[in-house]
Design a protein around this ligand. Structure first.
Ligand SMILES: *Cc1c(COP(=O)(O)O)cnc(C)c1O
Length: 402
């Protein structure tokens, strides 16, 4: 019997070796990876620059010192994050939910400083912000919340891509101090709002002196072809949450502030024992520098287009196929039925991916994927999806969402 707590329905595969976008399991079987450990392994597997940076940190003997002292590597990581976000201050933590917890605390403190006694934050249907109590309360999925009531108060939910819904809240709710949005929803099914919508949101936030807080934990850090999705919209938010891809596979998150949110926190207001230690920050510096050197943003845009076009061409006209959507290497393929079985069918053929929102195949591969590997992915996935959709509906067992 396993002593690991039963919180995941695991697939019966263990990867023991990786190189680029390729993984090998214990039996030596090779897989093409279109998941990157859920949008984490930006540089793929076994990248020599990341291995070197982590190795040097380990060899120095100082992987952790605590935030009671100066940490030069944390300064270096913060400089890089400030440069790519266009914002000013970086709080380091260890995960996406912690980055969002920090953002929520920034919003509340910002509100209290402005004399709002019960600050509220606008959040969205189908959003995912994490599994801690505050972030699951901000999440727009009953499945994530069920059983953990009472939820944390102070969130007002609206539909995505509907500015009138936000204006309606602005008109009657004096307690709102911020908007928290995933500029592209990941877990919710790769839902891409109109970029005019994000600009409209920025405008409403500006008019009401609300913070615009973007959760770029999944969609950010180069995956869509820009460092951040808000850059596609040409706007600058006040707070940005980062994690997943930030350390190329090392656990690290960040809450980044600027504009109206600059200077909200002061010593004693927030903290994290592990946050921003030399090991994690060495990984951040190596990951971001390598992304620049190897032009991985351009690559994500180019290979993403190849994959989306290829899937569209290969699947359009197939009964049961709804659409391909996304930006760069954040891609969703929606079918008209629950399709959790696609995950195991793909694994059998040596393709790693996952399914979210019941009926959306999610592709978030490492950003080092080449065009040729992108075409291999398209060929494998088109044949799996066609086989899946050709099965008689009655024979298809009810799929479980990933
Ligand atoms: C994964 C994710 C989170 C939570 O990150 P953890 O590291 O699992 O806590 C938060 N927001 C978004 C958009 C995510 O995709």
């Amino acid at each position: 019997m396993s002593h690991v707590m039963n919180t995941y329905a695991r697939l019966p595969v263990a990867f023991v070796r990786g190189e680029g976008v390729w993984l090998w399991d214990e039996s030596g079987k090779k897989y093409l990876d279109a998941l990157a450990g859920i949008a984490v392994n930006t540089l793929g597997y076994g990248h020599p620059k990341l291995a070197k940076a982590i190795g040097e940190c380990l060899a120095s003997g100082v992987t952790h010192t605590s935030n009671l002292f100066n940490i030069p590597m944390q300064e270096a990581a913060a400089d890089r994050i400030a440069e790519i976000t266009g914002l000013d201050e970086v709080f380091f933590c260890n995960s996406g939910c912690e980055a969002n917890e920090a953002a929520i605390k920034v919003a509340r403190l910002y509100g209290h400083k402005r004399g709002v006694e019960r600050p509220e934050i606008i959040v969205f249907e189908h959003a995912f912000h994490g599994r801690t109590l505050a972030t699951l309360s901000a999440t727009g999925s009953r499945k994530v919340q069920a059983g953990f009531e009472p939820l944390v108060a102070g969130f007002v939910r609206v539909p995505l891509d509907d500015l009138d819904a936000v204006r309606a809240v602005a008109a009657h709710n004096r307690n709102v101090v911020a908007v928290l949005i995933e500029p592209i929803q990941g877990e919710g099914g790769i839902n891409v709002p109109r970029m005019e919508y994000l600009r409209g949101l920025k405008e409403i936030c500006g008019r009401n002196e609300w913070l615009l807080m973007t959760d770029e934990v999944q969609c950010g850090l180069g995956r869509t072809g820009q460092w951040f999705v808000y850059q596609h919209a040409g706007i600058s938010p006040d707070v940005v949450s980062l994690a997943k891809g930030l350390g190329g596979g090392v656990a690290v998150g960040a809450c980044v502030t600027g504009n109206r949110a600059k200077g909200v926190f002061s010593p004693g207001k927030h903290g994290s024992t592990f946050g921003g230690n030399p090991l994690a920050c060495a990984a951040v510096v190596a990951t971001l520098d390598t992304m620049k050197e190897e032009k991985l943003l351009e690559n994500a845009a180019k290979v993403g287009r190849v994959i989306r076009d290829g899937l569209h061409e290969g699947l359009s006209g197939t009964a049961g196929f709804v659409e391909v959507r996304g930006l760069g290497l954040m891609i969703g393929v929606e079918l008209d039925r629950p399709c959790g079985d696609i995950v195991t069918m793909s694994l059998e053929r040596g393709l790693v991916l996952n399914v979210t929102a019941d009926s959306v195949i999610r592709l978030v591969p490492p950003l080092v994927m080449s065009e040729a590997e992108g075409r291999q992915l398209v060929n494998l996935l088109v044949s799996v999806v066609k086989e899946f959709l050709a099965r008689p509906a009655a024979a298809a067992p009810m799929a479980k969402a990933g």
